[in-house]
Design a protein around this ligand. Structure first.
Ligand SMILES: Nc1ncnc2c1ncn2[C@@H]1O[C@H](COP(=O)(O)OP(=O)(O)OP(=O)(O)O)[C@@H](O)[C@H]1O
Length: 277
């Protein structure tokens, strides 16, 4: 039996997510083909790959926002495709989303933005508890209490991202999905976000999926990196996952396309792009 299997002494062991033979296509074009991936509980997985290779589509497939053309996605051993409405609603409460642009509600205060998932998930929650949890989560992401009355437009991009993180964590989700968490931030604020991702995992046993173009983020926060290659540029027999391993192996990966990507070298791409017109 592998380390990841649930055992009588530790029933919470095992994979939180199991993706088996998943393919996703749009308008007759495959974006993802035959993807297999098991994500153990507590792992932080970074997904990298060049623009258009299917990272966002894959992330959406993991959380049931895109339905695969074939194959299965299981969350905690439950097939997403077989969940009914109330099971899907419960499943969504077990996931926190950190969106690229923070996706805050502009017309709400910061307090109400962070409180939103809590009030939605439990309509009878006491305001005193809402207040305590909102303040705790804002403090965990390093925001002072005087931001609560402000609107998102009054905050910097980095502060908005941290509010988005506080909101994503307020229900203590088992899975947190980060979509380009550091895009558009300066190097210092990017590293603040990286540290917060690490802090979150230190505080509680969350499983995380981080879609990123930022190699510093991928290296720093993840235990495992997955690299996709655009399906249309592969031969039919080639696997679309061209790297699956610890971040420390990226630099010396056997696959040339992985090394070029992580070093930011254009290689043959300039000629390829020129030949596409
Ligand atoms: N709903 C959709 N309908 C049709 N095509 C789609 C849809 N969603 C994504 N695609 C296509 O799937 C491909 C992969 O898109 P995706 O957004 O997953 O790429 P990505 O790797 O996340 O890119 P980026 O790094 O630029 O965000 C693209 O060619 C995109 O146009």
């Amino acid at each position: 039996m592998s380390d990841n299997q649930p055992t009588a002494t530790n029933p919470s062991n095992g994979n939180l997510i199991e993706v088996d033979d998943v393919s996703v296509g749009f308008d007759g074009q495959w974006v993802l083909r035959d993807i297999n991936l098991h994500i153990p509980r507590g792992q932080t997985l970074a997904i990298i790959g060049e623009s258009g290779c299917g990272k966002t589509v894959f992330m959406k497939t993991l959380v049931g926002l895109v339905t695969p053309s074939s194959g299965t996605v299981q969350f905690d051993h439950q097939d997403l495709a077989k969940m009914n409405g109330s099971e899907l609603a419960k499943f969504r409460r077990r996931i926190g989303f950190v969106f690229q642009n923070a996706a805050l509600f502009d017309s709400m205060s910061i307090f109400d933005n962070v409180a939103f998932p809590l009030r939605q998930s439990d309509r009878s929650v006491k305001e005193s508890e809402v207040k305590e949890r909102v303040m705790q989560h804002l403090s965990e992401v390093g925001l002072p209490s005087d931001v609560t009355r402000k609107r998102p437009a009054e905050l910097s991009g980095g502060m908005r991202k941290r509010v988005g993180l506080a909101r994503a964590l307020i229900l203590r989700p088992e899975l947190v999905v980060y979509d380009e968490p550091t895009t558009g931030l300066d190097p210092i604020m990017s590293d603040v976000i990286n540290e917060l991702i690490l802090d979150t995992r230190r505080r509680y046993p969350v499983t995380s999926v981080v879609v990123t173009h930022d190699m510093h983020t991928a290296r720093k926060v993840s235990d495992r990196v997955l690299m996709f290659f655009p399906r249309r540029r592969l031969d039919p027999h080639e696997s679309q996952v061209i790297f699956d391993g610890p971040p420390s192996d990226l630099e010396h990966a056997e696959e040339r396309r992985v090394r070029q990507f992580v070093r930011g070298e254009a290689g043959d791409r300039i000629r390829e792009l020129a030949s596409q017109g």
